[in-house]
Every structure is written in structure tokens, then in C-alpha cells.
Design a protein around this ligand. Structure first.
Ligand code: PAF
Length: 252
């Protein structure tokens, strides 16, 4: 596996790579959900590029950025073991040579659900995804369905800017208790994990968004939102101080 830390190293490593090229962008702390993205990319592409970059512009809360789990050595070993051909691990200065003066701004869907409580979050996501796509130049890029709003926005951005890349959605990976895998799950203690199991179960089993909210609150779970949109029931909650999001088909 080639490791590129700078833009120049990425460009020279990317040169002459056999296509189609698949790309899996990540913020590290890799888990089986990321492995499913890499596996799908491996199945569909000749060459797979991964990235590990904890993108500061998508964190509206500095404490959340500080607390974000980081495990760079394990991430590299995991990427290599999963068959990634090139991993890009840039610094913030390499990705934002003009700081954050140039950014993608979307004015509607970034303001609801996840965006309502996290101003600037999705503009940060779109701003880094656009840069990474321009740098890596993949034929296909892989995103998990767990971050449904992110997936929706990235798809729209690709259409809006006529990006020559196919956006591939990969189903959410869940553990044996139905909890959607997330890097943030590492911060859950045993008690909070119980809350995460209830969150996944209630979201799936409730008859409506309203019913889900009432049942979550009855279990003492702090609900940020539960809403149905895009044919999905999407929710964000806090258990044991950890913010979790998930989504399931609506009206199930
Ligand atoms: O889903 C993520 O891990 C991040 O939002 C992404 C797409 C890698 C951009 O930083």
C-alpha cells in the first residue's frame, strides 16, 4: 500500500493507476462499516484509494473535534489488510491551503435535521469531499447509508457541479444487537451502550416518528430529532453524553 501524506505524493502515487478507481473517504477510527465500503470498492474497482482525515471544518464544536476518536496506526494496518492500494493521510494545511476561505455552501438541506443543531457541519463535509474528489479523481466514491443526509447532499453536490464520479451507497452495518456501527460508539460505556441498543430497536419498531420520540423519551433517551424524509425515518439522540444518529426505512 502506498502512503501519501502530501498532495504531491498523492498525485505521483495516483499516476498510472489502473481504472476503474474506487475511493473510500474516512475520518479514521475504522470499523466494520468502513470495511464494507472498502470491500464493495474492491469488488467493483481495479484500484482502491482510501483517505483518513479528521476534517476540522465539519466540527462546529471544538470539544467534539478534540473528543473524536483517533487511531492512525491501526487505521493504516486495517486499510492495508482490507486491500487498499493507496491511502491519503493529509494535514489540514494540505487540504486547506487557503485556510477555509473557499467553501461549498448549500442553503436548504444543510439547515435541517443534522444541520439544524450543527451549523456549518454539512458545508464542511461538502467542502472536504469536493477537495478530496478533485485530488483523487476516482470513478466511484463510496458512502455509508448510516449518514443518509450526508449521502443525499453529496449526491446532489455531484449533480450540481457535474462531477464526473459515481456515488455508491452502501447499506448500514449493524452489530449483533442492531446498533449501527459508528466511530463514536467507542466512546460509549456499558450503560450507554444499552441506550444505543434501545435507540436502534425503537427507531425500527415504532409505528411513526412521533411514536418513536415518545418511546425514546420514556426510556430516558435525550432526543434531538426524529423525522421522516426521503422515505427514511432519521433520528439523532444522546446517550451517556455520546451523540448517535441512525435511520431506517420510513413507516416500517
Ligand atoms: O462520513 C465521514 O466519515 C466524513 O463525513 C467524510 C465523508 C469522510 C468527510 O470528512
Amino acid at each position: 500500500m502506498i502512503r501519501a501524506e502530501t498532495v504531491a505524493e498523492l498525485r505521483s502515487g495516483r499516476e498510472g493507476m489502473a481504472g476503474p478507481v474506487g475511493f473510500v473517504p474516512t475520518m479514521g477510527a475504522l470499523h466494520a462499516g468502513h470495511l464494507a465500503l472498502i470491500e464493495r470498492a474492491r469488488e467493483e474497482c481495479e484500484t482502491v484509494v482510501g483517505s483518513v482525515f479528521v476534517n476540522p471544518t465539519q466540527f462546529n464544536d471544538p470539544a467534539d473535534l478534540r473528543a473524536y476518536p483517533r487511531d492512525p496506526d491501526t487505521d493504516l494496518t486495517t486499510m492495508e489488510g482490507a486491500g487498499v492500494d493507496l491511502v491519503f493521510t493529509p494535514t489540514p494545511a494540505a487540504i486547506y491551503p487557503h485556510l477555509y476561505r473557499y467553501r461549498v455552501i448549500e442553503t436548504e438541506l444543510t439547515r435541517v435535521l443534522e444541520g439544524a443543531g450543527r451549523p456549518g457541519h454539512f458545508d464542511g463535509v461538502l467542502s472536504v469531499v469536493l477537495r478530496l474528489l478533485n485530488l483523487v479523481g476516482p470513478d466511484r466514491v463510496y458512502f455509508g447509508e448510516k449518514d443518509w443526509q450526508q449521502l443525499t447532499l453529496v449526491r446532489e453536490m455531484a449533480e450540481a457541479f457535474f462531477l464526473p464520479v459515481e456515488i455508491v451507497a452502501v447499506a448500514t452495518v449493524r452489530d449483533e444487537n442492531g446498533v449501527a456501527l459508528s466511530s463514536r460508539n467507542r466512546n460509549l460505556g456499558a450503560r450507554a451502550y444499552g441506550g444505543a441498543v434501545e435507540f436502534a430497536r425503537i427507531l425500527r419498531e415504532a409505528g411513526s416518528a412521533e411514536e418513536a420520540r415518545a418511546a425514546l423519551e420514556a426510556h430516558g433517551i435525550d432526543v434531538e430529532y426524529v423525522e421522516e424524509r426521503w422515505g427514511r425515518r432519521l433520528a439523532a439522540v444522546r446517550v451517556g453524553g455520546v451523540r448517535l444518529i441512525d435511520n431506517v426505512p420510513a413507516g416500517t
